[in-house]
Design a protein around this ligand. Structure first.
Ligand code: PDD
Length: 290
């Protein structure tokens, strides 16, 4: 069955997804040697594209892979794909690997990186989750020490997320050396006495694009926030707990392990920031912001 997100981009060509192939010795397949981005599009317009491309540059620098395209080439290619796939609301996935070569850990010389982009329909977050919030569990952060790199090697994240799912929760909230870092595929926020807190950027968490926008909206609207470290106890005593990501936007957590967060309903600060976020999306659709 075909749908309107059938076209992908692979190494310079737009083609139907079932005609896109990568050699089996691609280092993405063999080693997980690559990086990625997930960029939402609303009304066919890419959300915070410059910020995503800057983070891509940082990830590529982190794995010592040079970017085969400049930002305007990326912008043109991504926009073309979104249009090909019918505009509207899409989740665009892009991935670069070091390319294909006989298996050897060291970097091969003179090979071309593999560049792949696909998009899928971006489904709105279920109203039920927004009305009632989601459950999360706390787990030890078993990942490496370069979590600021958006690496395609996601095995720890996958295992942690699945452990949460198996426990009937939506997300795993990760704790490293007693400090909260982020979710398995999201950033984390708490609210205490009206003040938003989120862990500072550094090697132990991904610098989320949604996270940054959320803080920008808080600052512009007089909501206090702090980027500071906190432990599991402060997390458990928070009035509100939220998760943020490009695809899930801002989700309220109302159950943490086996305890209720706050009064068990999405809190007032979440309501306010969530609304500001929706307004920002609308402004993007209306062409009022880039
Ligand atoms: N993941 N932290 C981790 C570990 C993530 O994987 C993600 C997003 C985030 C949030 O970043 P952003 O706001 O830029 O989406 C934080 C994407 C959505 C994914 O892997 O599908």
């Amino acid at each position: 069955m075909s749908n309107n997100t059938d076209t992908v981009y692979l190494n310079g060509k737009f083609l139907p997804h079932d005609q896109a192939f990568v050699p089996v010795m691609d280092r993405g397949f063999v080693f997980g040697d690559g990086v990625y981005e997930v960029i939402p599009a609303y009304g066919g317009r890419l959300f915070r594209l410059d910020e995503h491309l800057q983070r891509l540059d940082a990830s590529l620098a982190g794995i010592r892979l040079s970017n085969p395209m400049n930002h305007s080439e990326w912008a043109e290619t991504l926009k073309h794909l979104v249009n090909e796939n019918g505009g509207g609301e899409q989740s665009v996935y892009l991935q670069l690997t070091r390319g294909h070569a006989p298996r050897d850990h060291g970097f091969p010389q003179n090979i071309q990186p593999t560049v792949f982009i696909s998009s899928s329909p971006l489904k709105p977050v279920a109203t039920e989750l927004l009305n009632n919030g989601v459950a999360a569990i706390c787990l030890e952060d078993i990942r490496w020490k370069h979590c600021h790199i958006k690496a395609i090697a996601l095995l720890p994240n996958i295992l942690l997320r699945q452990q949460a799912i198996d426990a009937g929760a939506q997300e795993a909230i990760l704790i490293r050396d007693g400090l909260v870092t982020e979710g398995a595929a999201s950033n984390l926020f708490i609210v205490k006495d009206g003040v938003i807190k989120t862990p500072p950027k550094g090697p132990f968490l991904l610098p989320g694009i949604t996270r940054d926008l959320l803080l920008e909206l808080a600052a512009a609207n007089g909501v206090n926030y702090q980027e500071c470290n906190f432990g599991a106890e402060e997390l458990q005593q928070a009035d509100e707990v939220w998760l943020s990501s490009s695809t899930k936007e801002i989700l309220p957590v109302t159950k943490l392990d086996d305890k209720t967060v706050g009064n068990g309903q999405p809190g007032p600060v979440w309501q306010q920031i969530y609304k500001l976020y929706q307004n920002y999306k609308q402004a993007l659709i209306d062409g009022e912001v880039e």
